[in-house]
Design a protein around this ligand. Structure first.
Ligand SMILES: [Zn+2]
Length: 308
């Protein structure tokens, strides 16, 4: 290559015994402001840029850890049929799947956990975007059905953090079947009178948006998250119009009534706890203060209630 890599680098490595390998991922570049952030600072700040507040993608495990109180447990998920169509593009789907499983230490793209949020019990399902783009195949469908059943069994609300590119193309029709399947799963939670809360993270698109993700009782999103069905370019070409500024971003969707809240990652835990308590805990009874004058009887004529 050049003299640095061929000659100087081996010498330097020899001097230091070649054991002090410096990992090349100690510094991260913020995709929004392009500033460099040290990996420990980034982790401590829940992968939110310390300079501009940009919310970067975060692993499913880190997400659950940031949401649930200590002592949460990961749920073992039933095995889904791997590679039902024996699909192959440039590579075998089975090989891609195995690689993703090893890299992420997960069987598929959703992690299900149970625990509590500020003392209120909850079941959480978090998408792992690094696992084949968080795409929804039979494994993800199975995970969401399991999470819904568990929520009903535990009499706990179900919170799903979505981060997905949509249906898993390599599973063809099987992946599309997960759309009605996950919708039925969330219906089970609703029929049991339990809250179903969706937290849309960057990005929530395709078949996930077009199924259970838009059926929450409460829709929350992280700042700047991309949320939509088809990509902006496809829509622009179809409608032949220039799309407005911020189209398909969380803030735009909030303005247009698709979302209830846009919540910063640091406030997510407290917000979820508050929402659960509002939906689940009975309102305290207000006892009348003895000093106040008594209200007129409901059947008294309106005139009598007016001051003289
Ligand atoms: Zn930044």
């Amino acid at each position: 290559m050049n003299w640095i890599s061929d000659w100087a680098l081996p010498k330097v490595k020899a001097i230091f015994g070649g054991t002090r390998e410096v990992p090349d991922n100690l510094w991260h570049k913020c995709p929004s402001c392009e500033q460099m952030i040290f990996h420990r600072d980034l982790e401590r700040n829940l992968h939110v840029c310390t300079h501009c507040g940009h919310h970067m993608r975060i692993s499913a495990n880190a997400r659950v850890k940031a949401t649930l109180d200590e002592g949460w447990s990961r749920i073992e998920l039933p095995k889904a049929p791997a590679d039902p169509l024996r699909f192959r593009d440039q590579r075998r789907y089975g090989d891609r799947l195995k690689e993703a499983q090893q890299k992420n230490a997960m069987d598929d793209a959703v992690l299900v956990a149970q625990g509590s949020i500020e003392g209120r019990k909850a079941v959480v399902a978090a998408f792992e975007f690094a696992f084949m783009g968080g795409s929804m195949g039979a494994g993800v469908g199975e995970a969401l059905v399991t999470a819904a059943k568990l929520a009903v069994l535990q009499d706990a609300p179900l919170i799903v953090f979505t981060a997905s590119g949509g249906a898993r193309m390599q599973e063809g029709t099987v992946s599309l079947m997960q759309m009605p399947r996950t919708v039925i799963a969330t219906r089970m939670v609703k029929e049991a009178g339990l809250p179903f809360i969706v937290v849309m993270c960057d990005p929530t698109t395709g078949g996930v948006t077009a199924s259970f993700a838009m059926l929450g009782d409460i829709h929350i999103a992280e700042p700047g998250a991309l949320i939509g069905f088809a990509g902006a370019r496809v829509i622009e070409q179809t409608v032949r119009e220039k799309l407005p500024e911020g189209f398909q971003r969380a803030e735009y969707l909030l303005q247009h009534g698709i979302l209830d809240m846009v919540v910063k990652r640091h406030d997510m835990r407290a917000t979820l706890a508050r929402v659960i308590s509002l939906l689940r805990e009975p309102m305290p009874l207000v006892t009348p203060t003895p000093d106040l004058p008594a209200l007129p009887a409901p059947d008294a004529p309106a005139e009598a209630a007016r001051p003289a």
